[in-house]
Design a protein around this ligand. Structure first.
Ligand code: ADP
Ligand code: MG
Length: 332
């Protein structure tokens, strides 16, 4: 473990309130240099707020943070020259061409004109945008805009790069293309802090993951470590008949922690540990209870299962909760 003075990012007891909303409630993190660190959490967890504080766009209400060895409040301008940021919404100037966009950001970082031009050309090639280099950005697809935004974010060769939900809203193919680009960046030694709501994305890209929920880090570790926390394996039982969901849940309860029910899919999922024979026992118990099983899966836990085990709810449900909360907020 490097000491915290060598760490790329240190977050120490950071809180942030917006009026009554406590977006961050005491976050502690250490990010080692040269890795892709995934900040995984549902909508409203506080991811963007933390990124904004680290990128010096907002100040913490309390606590402190340092990036590349500089204090994010007292040495904000030093932090700014050491970082790159691709925000949740691509900050691309539609009227400028791809090349001009990158060049402009280079000039903002005080690169000499010729250097900015050269660098823009290199990045355009690196990000597979040669064919569109001289077209106005307004003609770009969503995936191309994200790549352009990412290219501009690294024009100053930052030590630490923040990517806030880099693939949200992208189609699956563009997402995979962008993943490849992020892999390349990471290989070059840049420290990347990436936020995502996609468990699969964190699993694929990040070597270390912090799970955030309601402004707190609720777990951290490698994807494998997080999956081990679920304990052993997961059994998903799909039922033919929705009326059997409740009795099946009752039976599965005896074999693991609170089973999770997906009503629409007629599926009950339970973490069952790894003792041999447990699956056979479960099948016998379901059979004795006259439960008709349509499908049965015994598998390694996914990060979805991790989120479920940690929070008692699925990541997708959080969106529904938030929508309800904001509707009732609007009525109030
Ligand atoms: N400027 C702001 N004013 C008021 N509330 C905010 C502001 N920014 C964020 N919030 C609230 O803080 C919480 C965390 O938001 P955010 O950091 O954007 O989460 P995430 O990026 O994980 O979706 C949410 O409840 C959000 O509504
Ligand atoms: Mg966000």
């Amino acid at each position: 473990m490097p000491s915290s003075s060598e760490a790329a990012i240190v977050v120490d007891g950071v809180t942030k309130s917006f009026g009554k909303v406590e977006a961050l409630r005491g976050v502690n993190l250490t990010v080692e240099p040269g890795i892709v660190f995934g900040l995984l959490g549902p909508n409203g967890a506080g991811k963007t707020t933390l990124v904004n504080i680290l990128a010096t766009l907002q100040r913490p209400s309390s606590g402190s943070a340092s990036v590349a060895g500089y204090d994010a409040v007292r040495e904000a301008s030093r932090v700014r020259s050491a970082i790159g940021l691709a925000g949740q919404f691509a900050a691309v100037d539609d009227q400028l061409t791809g090349l001009e966009n990158i060049e402009m950001v280079g000039r903002l970082y005080h690169l000499p004109g010729e250097v900015a031009k050269r660098r823009a050309r290199t990045l355009i090639e690196q990000f597979g945008l040669e064919d569109a280099a001289d077209r106005q950005a307004k003609t770009y697809s969503g995936g191309m805009r994200r790549r352009l935004d990412l290219a501009a974010a690294i024009v100053n060769e930052p030590q630490v790069l923040f990517l806030d939900e880099p693939t949200t809203g992208l189609d699956p193919r563009s997402r995979i293309e962008l993943w490849a680009v992020i892999d390349e960046l990471a290989k070059g030694g840049t420290t990347v802090l990436l936020t995502t709501q996609y468990l699969e994305e964190a699993d694929r890209l990040a070597s270390y993951i912090a799970v955030v929920d309601h402004g707190l880090v609720i777990a951290q570790g490698t994807a494998t470590e997080l999956k081990e926390r679920v304990g052993g394996r997961v059994l998903a039982v799909r039922l033919r008949d929705a009326a059997q969901i409740d009795p099946a849940r009752g039976i599965l309860q005896a074999f693991g922690d609170t089973p999770y029910v997906d009503v629409a899919a007629h599926e009950v999922t339970v973490a069952v540990g790894s003792e041999p024979g447990v699956v056979a026992e479960i099948i016998r118990a379901l059979d004795a209870g006259n439960i008709t099983v349509a499908d049965l899966q015994f598998r390694q836990p996914s990060l979805d299962d991790v989120f479920l085990a940690l929070t008692g709810r699925a990541a997708e449900e959080v969106d529904a909760e938030l929508a309800t909360a904001s509707r009732s907020g609007a009525r109030a």
